[in-house]
Design a protein around this ligand. Structure first.
Ligand SMILES: [Zn+2]
Length: 718
């Protein structure tokens, strides 16, 4: 089946990998059992074990990937060819359905391959990756450029019989047709050949780009050696840094890793301004240090190739191509929304800086606020203004309790129950697995894997990934989803305490998981999170709202030593400070989103990434105290695949919908209003891509989303 936005490969929040496609399922499933009983490669085998089969993580060896991928691709292409070359007139049942069933073996292998690429990468694995990236890209093109296959799809799409199909089936036909056309199915032979060459080159460049960032995140760090260098750091941060030092074989020291989860707490608390600057520079320079790992030239190449491809496909720019099937439909609408929020956000930043400068002056610091001071003084202002100390909150936020909290919310909203499953293999001993069932019927719903900790070879950030999607074409197939985070392990035997932001991210990622787990569709291409990129962050962002509900805080935000729930006075302070610092977080994100869009509207104009970044930010009026959340040489969303390219605006677009949607709860009986939750499940969480998202939302809310709720949520005047 066609996966331009891939299903098993869609890593939500951080990055998605090269767009891959796959084919034929049921045929190969039977064939494998009967014809190739001695197939020695365990990655190709059907998943066996409990819960309808689970990924064989205990049997993975890096050397198995290449032969498994090559065999699965060949088998897949052969099956697709069977669909394409049959003599019967094209129908939904003999063309679209077999395409949906196609690619089971490829799905299985590539799922594990992508888990290794994002969480278990090694130099040995990266050699395989470099070789396979262009081959996988070519494989995708071989499917969309299969002329007889496209003719069949086109015939089904244009047939008057299409009206007799169900709404879900009609949407599936539309999706196939549109995706094939958008991938170049209508081009002539010469143009197709060029397109394939471009896609292969891009795949190689994407791999290079992300491995360069990974290399600098893994290899660079700052070592602290004395008490004086630890000044200001709370105990939990010191513990995490000591644990990092152990992994870096620097006993007796404290190590700041070059990852967000390690850098941000240091920038927030360290009294040592010189060290803050040093750590900040290390982090913002990832991929921009000259030499072998420098990504600037790669960016130019990627943009040139994307512009050429867009032109070849008949689009003005890469952005126009990417947005056509998004909710926004075109770059102008996305840009309009961003600029509407940009001005009030920048105005808020100036206020925030004024507050910080005043506080620094009052303390006699004798400094002018610089980017490496922002988080530090922001924290001080938070204390002064709201009497809220993040360190006062942290003892109430234990990782394990928050896992219980998200599970409890899943029970309240969607009637799910999560039970530990200890009988399934995992890729790493840190990973835990839960079975999800329906609370009332006890029926199996799916599996949830949780991979919480940072380690070498794992990309930073947090994301969701589906290992298997819910569907009914191959019988009742249940989903397997995973959440991935990068918490730094604390002291052994002690509960890991996390920040409010990290807790919020856990709810976010679990929101994606719930989007997958609630899926109730027939066709795998339309399942779970396989929705428009600017809609997919809506279910996840919505779930963030449940962290701050009194029910969750009373039950799960309990002190790690006393077991007492978080005091109401502290909760009130959190609530009062909710719009605090929204200037900073909106501007650091939005500037990156605007640059992403501008870059992809340039067409074939050749740019130097450093110069472009500088000039574009100046033109925007970027506050000098803030740096992009992702500077271009490390912007994995945009340059590790096509995934979020010209699509980083999606978080804002989705947040407009999110803020508006939460209003349905607050206007009703509150966050646990069962009727609203039922509507949410029926029209949003369970439908996948079976209906147009704008229609789905109208069904839920009774109208289109309005931007006002977002402005209010962020404390901006519109
Ligand atoms: Zn997300």
């Amino acid at each position: 089946m066609l996966k331009l936005i891939t299903r098993s490969l869609m890593l939500l929040f951080v990055f998605a990998l090269t767009a891959l496609m796959s084919a034929d399922k049921s045929l190969t499933r039977v064939a494998h059992a009967n014809e190739f009983p001695a197939d020695p490669n365990p990655l190709l085998a059907e998943w066996v074990g409990p819960y309808g089969g689970v990924p064989p993580f205990d049997k993975v060896q890096v050397a198995l990937f290449k032969p498994a991928l090559e065999s699965a691709m060949a088998e897949n292409l052969a099956d697709i060819d069977k669909v394409a070359r049959q003599s019967a007139a094209p129908t939904f049942d003999n063309t679209i359905v077999p395409m949906e069933k196609a690619g089971a073996a490829f799905d299985r292998v590539s799922t594990i391959y992508n888990i290794w690429s994002s969480t278990m990468s090694t130099p040995e694995f990266q050699v395989v990756q470099r070789e396979m990236a262009p081959k996988l890209a070519k494989f995708g093109d071989q499917i969309t450029q299969n002329e007889p296959l496209f003719k069949r799809i086109e015939t089904v799409y244009n047939s008057p019989d299409k009206k007799k199909l169900s709404a879900e089936q009609q949407r599936l036909v539309w999706l196939y047709y549109t995706n094939f056309v958008r991938a170049g199915a209508k081009l002539d032979v010469q143009a197709k050949a060029r397109l394939t060459a471009i896609n292969q080159e891009l795949a190689t460049l994407f791999t290079k780009f992300s491995n360069n960032v990974l290399f600098e995140e893994d290899s660079q760090f700052v070592t602290l050696k004395s008490e004086d260098e630890l000044k200001g750091l709370p105990q939990s941060v010191r513990d995490a840094e000591a644990a990092s030092a152990a992994t870096k074989k620097q006993p007796g020291t404290w190590v700041i890793m070059n990852t967000r989860s390690s850098v941000e707490p240091f920038l927030t608390y360290s009294d040592r301004r010189d060290l803050r600057e040093k750590v900040w520079r290390m982090f913002i320079m990832r991929g921009d240090n000259g030499g072998e790992q420098d990504n600037n030239a790669t960016i130019t190449q990627i943009l040139q190739l994307r512009a050429e491809r867009a032109k070849l496909l008949g689009y003005q720019t890469h952005a126009h191509w990417r947005l056509e099937n998004a909710m926004a439909k075109n770059p102008d609408r996305a840009m309009d929304l961003m600029m509407q929020v940009w001005k009030p956000a920048v105005a808020r930043v100036h206020e925030e800086v004024r507050d910080m400068q005043a506080l620094a002056d009052k303390e006699g610091a004798g400094i002018k606020i610089e980017p490496w001071d922002y988080r530090y003084y922001m924290e001080k202002v938070r204390k002064a203004k709201y009497d809220l100390d993040q360190n006062e909150v942290k003892p109430y936020l234990q990782l394990d309790k928050l896992v219980e909290a998200i599970h409890w919310v899943a029970g309240e909203l969607f009637n799910f129950k999560l039970t530990p499953a200890t009988n399934v293999p995992v890729a790493h001993s840190d990973i835990r697995v839960w079975e999800v069932t329906d609370k009332t019927s006890g029926k199996h719903v799916g599996l949830w894997y949780f991979d919480p900790y940072a380690r070498a070879g794992k990309r930073s950030g947090a994301w969701m990934n589906a290992y298997r999607t819910q569907e009914r074409v191959n019988g009742e197939i249940t989903t397997i989803v995973s959440n991935n985070a990068n918490f730094v392990k604390g002291k052994p035997g002690e509960p890991l305490l996390i920040s409010w932001d990290d807790a919020s991210t856990m709810f976010h990622e679990f929101g994606h998981a719930l989007h997958g787990l609630n899926s109730n569709v027939t066709y795998p291409s339309l399942s779970g999170t396989a929705v428009a990129r600017d809609y997919v962050e809506f279910p996840s962002q919505l779930m963030e709202h449940w962290l701050a509900t009194p029910e969750v805080l009373q039950k799960f935000a309990v002190h790690y030593q006393t077991g007492k729930p978080i005091p109401q006075a502290l909760v009130d302070k959190i609530n009062r400070s909710r719009t605090f610092n929204q200037g900073f977080s909106t501007v650091e994100y939005l500037a990156a989103a605007i640059l992403d869009m501008k870059l992809h509207l340039l067409g074939d104009k050749k740019i130097d990434a450093r110069t472009f970044e500088k000039e574009a930010l100046a033109e925007l009026g970027m506050p000098r105290e803030i740096v992009l959340r992702h500077r271009l040489p490390q912007f994995l969303h945009v340059f590790s695949s096509d995934g979020y390219s010209a699509g980083y605006y999606s978080y804002l677009w989705s947040d407009v919908i999110t803020a508006d949607a939460f209003g349905a709860f607050t206007e009703g009986g509150g966050p646990y209003d069962r009727k609203v939750a039922d509507r949410l499940r029926k029209y949003i969480f369970s439908v996948g891509n079976t209906i147009d998202p704008a229609d789905g939302y109208r069904n839920f809310r009774g109208r289109d989303p309005k931007v006002e709720a977002l402005m209010k949520k962020r404390g901006f005047s519109s």
